[in-house]
Design a protein around this ligand. Structure first.
Ligand code: G3P
Ligand code: MG
Length: 245
């Protein structure tokens, strides 16, 4: 990745219901050059894009994603919680998003939500889908479950991985290297600007999340991050344009 990637977090989630097709499309319209999304698994082993393990916050359903079939989940409304205009949005599958981005110069960051439930077989299914769309180079896998990322690396060494973390890890670029990860998806308060260039010297990209304050974006850009994950890709796009990058 040479350019600074503007990742729309769950799509353009400030203005659209997160992790829906309308949010992903809007993210691209607002200048995102990357999309971040969250994947969970249904009880019939399908990959569905939703942040929470449970359905209540962002859909008309109840209970856990893992206890429903994809067919059941696709009947739910995943938009009206956000606003009346979005009624009728449904939960996308990973394949829906791969199809949207295939052939576009956009990085897709797939966050495997396998920290609470381990979803055995999820890694294989995600990688199989990415390969079926021939998008290994376009995809970056991340997770708070680093065992899972190590496993992904063994399954598909050619697909990039990024470690998600919340706290001030010591030399996280060294740690990332132990599982073959080349990106640090750090909670942005855990990023110490002075160390960003050291990570870069070790071939590791910082992609802090979730940065919505333009002043904080500026500090991180100045420090040399390789990308930023934001709910406001339009705000970041303006800053990047002003910097000419
Ligand atoms: O991938 C960055 C960020 O999405 C991680 O946290 O909870 O928003 O999925 P969360
Ligand atoms: Mg996420």
């Amino acid at each position: 990745m040479n350019r600074i990637v503007n990742f729309a977090h769950r799509g353009a989630s400030a203005v659209c219901p997160e992790n829906t097709m309308v949010a992903f499309r809007r993210g691209l319209e607002l200048g995102a050059t990357g999309i971040e999304t969250d994947v969970q698994m249904t009880n019939d082993g399908k990959l569905v894009l939703i942040h929470d393990e449970k359905l209540e916050r962002t859909t008309t359903g109840t209970g856990y994603v893992k206890d429903h079939t994809l067919e059941e989940l696709q009947k739910l409304d995943a938009g009206s919680w956000f606003g009346r205009d979005f009624g009728g949005e449904t939960l996308p599958t990973l394949e829906d998003l791969l199809q949207l981005l295939q052939g576009q110069d956009i990085i897709l960051n797939i966050e495997l939500k396998n920290g609470v439930f381990l979803y055995p077989g999820m890694e294989e299914k995600v990688i199989e889908a990415v390969k079926a769309f021939n998008m290994s180079e376009q995809v970056l896998l991340s997770s708070f479950n680093h065992y899972s990322l190590a496993y992904c690396k063994r399954l598909a060494p050619e697909i990039r991985t990024g470690i998600l973390y919340m706290e001030g890890l010591y030399r996280p670029w060294d740690y990332a290297a132990t599982i073959g990860a080349t990106a640090l998806h750090a909670y942005h308060y855990a990023v110490i600007p002075e160390f960003v260039s050291e990570a870069a010297e070790h071939g590791v990209d910082y992609h802090p999340f979730t940065v919505n304050d333009p002043e904080r974006m500026k500090v991180l850009l100045e420090a040399g991050v390789s990308g930023i994950i934001t709910d406001y890709p339009d705000v970041l796009a303006k800053l990047l344009a002003a910097k000419g990058v």
